[in-house]
Write a protein that binds this ligand. Structure first.
Ligand SMILES: C[S@@+](CC[C@H](N)C(=O)[O-])C[C@H]1O[C@@H](n2cnc3c(N)ncnc32)[C@H](O)[C@@H]1O
Length: 511
């Protein structure tokens, strides 16, 4: 039986329950067998996922993982049993103790914690609105507002200059203009949420949010202890799976009937995530595993393993989901016109300019005669030494996406795991239309929402880390101002639009 240092546990429980921890006085020894040094109940790995003969223990379905903060080298989280009575009764039975008074105090405290995760509170923070969306009289009110200088200072710090607010899309933050109600009446393209993703998803569900067409997540990976990120990745598999399961189950409920869910993972996580996703979505919802490119790292000094060059996107689609057909250019070459097996004898000939071209024995042409004639008239089909040839200058996109960078080759927003905008463009293009809603609840530097905005999608983004303000908010303000990096050039992005930003947290201790 695991046992923690009672003094450390008591301190940790004071952080967990506040003044209410008083009710646990006198039980220190026993508590150190029930809770770990962080004050989280010590789980028993009773649950498992099994696929054929592979069996993995985990605790997902009995705990809620709430992220408290993501700091360099550390992550703070709470694990709360979903059924405190059952959980602690089992723990006491395992310890061979019967302590009805302690049991009822713990159950009461945990139920209160649990309840506060059910109804998270939202604190409205504000709107960011492009100046070009506003009529002249409102712009006049903005410019003559006592706080306009503060707004100008922010723009200068962001390197934004302008001649006229009506001509250049400049991001106006209502934190400077709280009393200008007209700014809050514009239709927004997206919502940025600062907070833990579980609480934020709960809140979104509680306020009736729905209709998400595409969710893309790039969660912290499970085994990156050695890497230098601005947030912690010291997860054990079971806690990592708990965190993912809790969130993916909620996010699934926000998806449309033709919605799709992309999860980015690497070789350490893909097997676990595949099993987890099969369990949450159902095996029949699995669509593809896509190979994406990892940045070139230095060659390994030991040859025990080859250098990892790829990561994966696991894609799960709801019943009505269909990918869009996508093509990329390839080196042009003339190849034999395609054929397919023919049930009977050789298929019918195609006549071009009075000449008949027969497919090989037991084959039929893959294209109709009309289609081939059309391609011929456009110069895309020709006859070479008695054979029909077709010009191939593009390739249909399949599951190999290593032709584009998976990470930003030159991260501009201060996070090493910044995904490349071209990757997100392909994800969004493959699975959504203009105006549809895209969501990411592990935003990092905000690539998903930046790209979604530039591509005319609606969006929802969630980030817990302190870089929410310094990175994500700043990046989205720059995007509204017509930021030129990433996919801006190919999208013809000139700026504009508006978004709302809120903070979501739990209501504990109750207000
Ligand atoms: C791998 S990064 C995402 C990188 C992102 N795709 C990009 O392009 O920049 C994962 C992010 O998840 C955030 N995160 C970790 N736990 C979280 C939680 N419980 N709720 C919300 N965000 C969380 C981390 O702070 C980090 O920024």
């Amino acid at each position: 039986m695991v046992s923690s240092d009672p003094v450390v546990v008591v301190e940790a429980l004071k952080r967990r329950y506040g003044d209410r921890a008083e009710s646990l006085k006198g039980w220190e020894e026993l508590l150190s067998k029930l809770f770990d040094q962080k004050g989280n109940p010590i789980p028993t790995l009773t649950r498992s996922i099994q696929v054929e003969d592979v069996r993995l223990s985990w605790l997902t379905e009995e705990m809620v993982y709430i992220g408290i903060g993501v700091y360099p080298g550390e992550v703070d989280y709470l694990l709360i049993p979903k059924n405190p009575t059952e959980f602690f009764q089992r723990k006491f039975a395992e310890l061979g103790h019967e302590e009805p008074r302690l049991l009822s105090s713990l159950v009461e405290l945990e139920e209160e914690l649990l309840e506060s995760t059910e109804n998270p509170v939202m604190r409205m923070k504000g709107y960011v609105v492009s100046s070009t969306l506003l009529p002249r009289d409102v712009i006049h009110d903005v410019v003559s507002h006592p706080n306009f200088r503060k707004q100008e200072k922010e723009w200068r710090e962001m390197g934004l200059s302008y001649n006229s607010l009506n001509d250049s899309p400049l991001p106006l933050d209502t934190s400077y203009f709280d009393d200008l109600l007209e700014l809050k009446k514009v239709e927004v393209d997206g919502i940025l949420i600062k907070g833990d993703s579980y609480l934020s998803l709960k809140w979104l569900l509680n306020v009736g949010e729905s209709d998400v067409k595409l969710t893309y997540i790039d969660p912290p990976f499970n085994k990156e202890r050695e890497r230098d990120f601005s947030y912690s990745v010291k997860y054990t598999n079971h806690i990592w799976l708990t965190m993912l399961e809790n969130r993916i189950s909620l996010a699934k409920r926000l998806l449309r009937e033709d919605g799709v869910f992309f999860v980015r993972c690497d070789h350490d996580g893909n097997m676990l995530v595949r099993m987890l996703m099969d369990r949450v979505f159902g095996e029949d919802k699995f669509r593809n595993e896509i190979d994406i490119k990892r940045n070139q790292s230095l060659p390994k000094t030991s040859l025990r393993r080859l250098t990892e060059e790829t990561e994966n996107l696991l894609v799960y689609g709801m019943d009505e989901f269909k990918f869009k057909r996508m093509f990329v250019p390839r080196n042009p070459s003339w190849v034999d016109l395609g054929t397919r097996p023919s049930e009977g004898e050789r298929g019918k000939p195609i006549r071009i300019n009075g000449v008949e071209f027969y497919p090989p024995e037991k084959r039929r042409w893959a294209y109709s005669e009309d289609k081939v004639r059309e391609l011929h008239s456009k110069g895309l089909v020709r006859e070479v030494r008695g054979k029909l040839k077709i010009l191939l200058d593009k390739r249909a996109v399949g599951t190999n996406w290593t032709d584009i960078p998976g990470y930003s080759t030159n991260p501009r927003w201060g996070l090493k795991t910044e995904n490349s905008e071209v990757l997100l463009k392909r994800v969004i293009e493959s699975s959504s239309d203009l105006g549809q809603k895209v969501m990411d609840f592990f935003l990092g530097s905000g690539t998903t929402v930046a790209v979604a905005h530039k591509m005319g999608r609606k969006w929802i983004g969630v980030e817990l880390g302190d870089h929410f303000s310094s990175v994500v908010m700043r990046r989205m303000k720059m995007v509204l101002a017509g930021e030129k990096g990433g996919i801006s050039k190919e999208q013809g992005w000139k700026g504009g639009g508006a978004f709302k930003y809120v903070h979501v947290s739990w209501n504990y201790p109750k207000e």
